[in-house]
Design a protein around this ligand. Structure first.
Ligand SMILES: *Cc1c(COP(=O)(O)O)cnc(C)c1O
Length: 397
């Protein structure tokens, strides 16, 4: 039985929860920056699964590595040891400049891991009275979808109906150091931020902000934690977005592209002291650190380094932003971004433009209703960006 695109869509809507509103394009194949739908139409993927596809679709090196592992050993749980996890942990530490790593699967799980580390560190090391630890977060944050994480979201819809919510979080405006200074007290265990707010609408904090937050955290004996799930691994033109501000965190959270576009792999990395709060039985995950995830994670990191994807994102990001800024269309308010994490803010709803771009062969998505995010796989070439620009120009002329 061969289904039509319309039948696939109907089946998804009939049997699946309606928790997304995807573009009505049913994809069946991908290679590099390109994807094909079930009718054979070709598109450029300019969303990259929110930066999970930095390596492009079906990256050959990563798939080969994964296939080899699939024939050897796939899952041990952490009840037993395996011969691939140690290499992954070592690689993550080398690349992040940290001492220890904790493997999980989804980004949200890694964020939860960081929150647990911060709370336990606060109570057991800093000496915060039990159950009093506070974590400072920013307005417009996006850190995932678990109950605890949405508890400190400022997006109303994310929380509506999902309470009772988890207490222990204080929210401050993003980009304002004084706001954090005003909220830090003896019970503050950590500050958790994104170096660039991706889902928030490609919001870039003022230069020096992260450095000041880091300094303040140090003074007050508070952990400085950065969620680099979307901004990390080359996307912004630095391996980690914190490098733009020279503000290395105490705890870094990685996910998305760490899985090479093929498998969920996430991790937190930190110092021996902080990771030392975890003892056997404290926290874990059945699939976290499995051998397939481990080899995929190593291959994903190696590929970014060997192929200079970071450098490419920086150069091509500037090139593409310059081109986008030449567009003079009344609906365009601003082009902003870092590397290949680019936002085009409009003065009107972006969805309609995303649908027009789809007709031109470009897949992208609105974020926060007025912003179009252009974030193609980092393997994209200059010629492919030129191709994309011609299409975008057609829609915005
Ligand atoms: C995507 C994302 C997450 C959540 O990752 P999942 O794998 O979807 O759970 C967390 N933080 C940031 C910054 C993200 O972009």
């Amino acid at each position: 039985m061969k289904y039509t695109a319309q039948q696939f869509i109907e089946m998804t809507e009939r049997y699946g929860a309606h928790n997304y509103k995807p573009l009505d394009v049913v994809l069946s194949k991908g290679k590099g920056v390109w994807v094909w739908d079930v009718e054979g139409n070709k598109y450029m993927d300019m969303l990259s699964s929110y930066s999970a596809l930095n390596h492009g679709h079906c990256n050959e090196k990563i798939i080969r590595t994964m296939k080899e592992q699939l024939n050897e050993l796939t899952l041990t749980s952490r009840a037993f040891r395996n011969n691939k996890l140690p290499l992954f942990l070592k690689k993550v530490c080398e690349v992040t400049g940290m001492e220890m790593a904790f493997p999980m699967n989804s980004g949200a799980e890694a964020v939860e891991t960081a929150l647990k580390a911060a709370r336990k560190w606060g109570h057991k090391v800093k000496g915060i009275p039990d159950n009093k630890a506070e974590i400072i977060v920013a307005e417009n944050n996006f850190h995932g979808r678990t109950i605890t994480i949405i508890s400190f979201s400022t997006e109303k819809q994310y929380k509506d109906g999902f309470g009772p919510l988890t207490p222990g979080f204080k929210t401050v405006p993003y980009g304002k150091i004084e706001a954090i200074r005003g909220k830090i007290n003896d019970n503050t265990a950590a500050v958790l931020l994104e170096p660039v707010q991706g889902e928030g609408g490609i919001l870039i904090p003022p230069e020096g902000y992260l450095r000041e937050v880091k300094q303040l955290c140090k003074e007050k004996n508070v952990l400085f934690m950065l969620d680099e799930i979307q901004s990390g691994l080359g996307r912004t033109g630095k391996l980690f977005a914190w490098e733009w501000d020279g503000a290395k965190p105490d705890v870094i959270i990685l996910g998305k592209a760490l899985g090479g576009g093929v498998y969920p792999v996430s991790v937190i990395a930190t110092s021996r002291d902080i990771m030392g709060v975890f003892t056997p039985g404290d926290h874990g995950s059945t699939f976290g650190g499995n051998p397939v995830a481990a080899v995929v994670g190593v291959a994903a990191l190696d590929y970014i380094l060997e192929e200079n994807l970071t450098e490419r994102a920086n150069k091509l990001g500037n090139y593409f932003m310059d081109k986008l800024r030449t567009l003079k269309h009344p609906a365009i308010k601003e082009i902003r971004g870092k590397g290949l994490l680019i936002g085009m803010e409009l003065k009107e709803p972006a969805r309609e433009y995303a649908e027009k771009l789809q007709k031109e062969g470009i897949l992208c998505k609105e974020t926060h209703s007025m912003i179009i995010r252009f974030a193609p796989p980092l393997v994209i070439t200059k010629e492919e960006l030129d191709w994309a620009f011609e299409r975008i120009k057609k829609v915005f002329s």
